[in-house]
Design a protein around this ligand. Sequence first.
Ligand SMILES: CC(C)(COP(=O)(O)OP(=O)(O)OC[C@H]1O[C@@H](n2cnc3c(N)ncnc32)[C@H](O)[C@@H]1OP(=O)(O)O)[C@@H](O)C(=O)NCCC(=O)NCCS
Length: 169
Amino acid sequence: MNDALSGQHELSMTVLMTPDMANFSGKVHGGAILKKLDEAAYACASRYSGSYVVTLSVDQVLFKQPIHVGELVTFLASINHVGSSSMEVGIKVIAESIQEKVIRHTNSCYLTMVAVDKEGRPARVPPLKLETSLQKLRSDKAALRKKLRKEAEEEARRTHENHYGVQPR
Ligand SMILES: CC(C)(COP(=O)(O)OP(=O)(O)OC[C@H]1O[C@@H](n2cnc3c(N)ncnc32)[C@H](O)[C@@H]1OP(=O)(O)O)[C@@H](O)C(=O)NCCC(=O)NCCS
C-alpha cells in the first residue's frame, strides 16, 4: 500500500454537471447528486481505510437549492469519526457556476461506511488521528450522531416487534 494515500482523511471530487444528469425541468436530478455523494464517500472511506467499504447509511439530504446543468460541483469529503469498522464521512457540496463566477454551498450530509473483508464481514479500520480542534469537534458530533442512529434503529425495531409480535427481518 502506498503510505502517501492510505490514511488520508480528506478527499475532494469535482464533477461537471452534464445534460444526462438533468430531470424533466432541466435541473440536476437529486438522484444524480445522491450517486455522486455515495461515490465520494466510497472513495474517501476506502482510501482512508485501505479496504473495500460498503454504505451502511445516508443521513437526511436536503436539497434547498437546485443545481444546474453546466455547473461544476465539488464534493468535499472528510472522515469525521472512526469506530472499529465504521467511518462517518461528512460531505460538503459546493456548486460553481462557471460563467457567473458564483460559488454556492448547496448542501451537506453524512454517510456511514463500513470496511468489509472478502466475506463481507466488518473489518477493522485504522484509528483516526485527531490533530486539530475542528477534527475533535467533528468527531464528537459524529459520535453523537452514531449513538442517535443506533437509538432510532432500536426504537424502530421495538415498535415493529410490539406491532407485529415478531422482530423485523
Ligand atoms: C454494513 C454491514 C457489513 C454491517 O454488518 P453488521 O452485521 O450490521 O455489522 P455490525 O453490527 O458489526 O456493525 C458494523 C458497524 O456498523 C455500525 N452500525 C451498525 N448499525 C448502525 C447504525 N444504525 N447506525 C450507525 N452505525 C451502525 C456498528 O457500530 C459497527 O461499527 P463499529 O465497528 O465502528 O462500531 C452489513 O449491514 C451489510 O452488508 N449491509 C449492506 C451494505 C450494502 O450493501 N450497502 C449498499 C446498499 S445498496
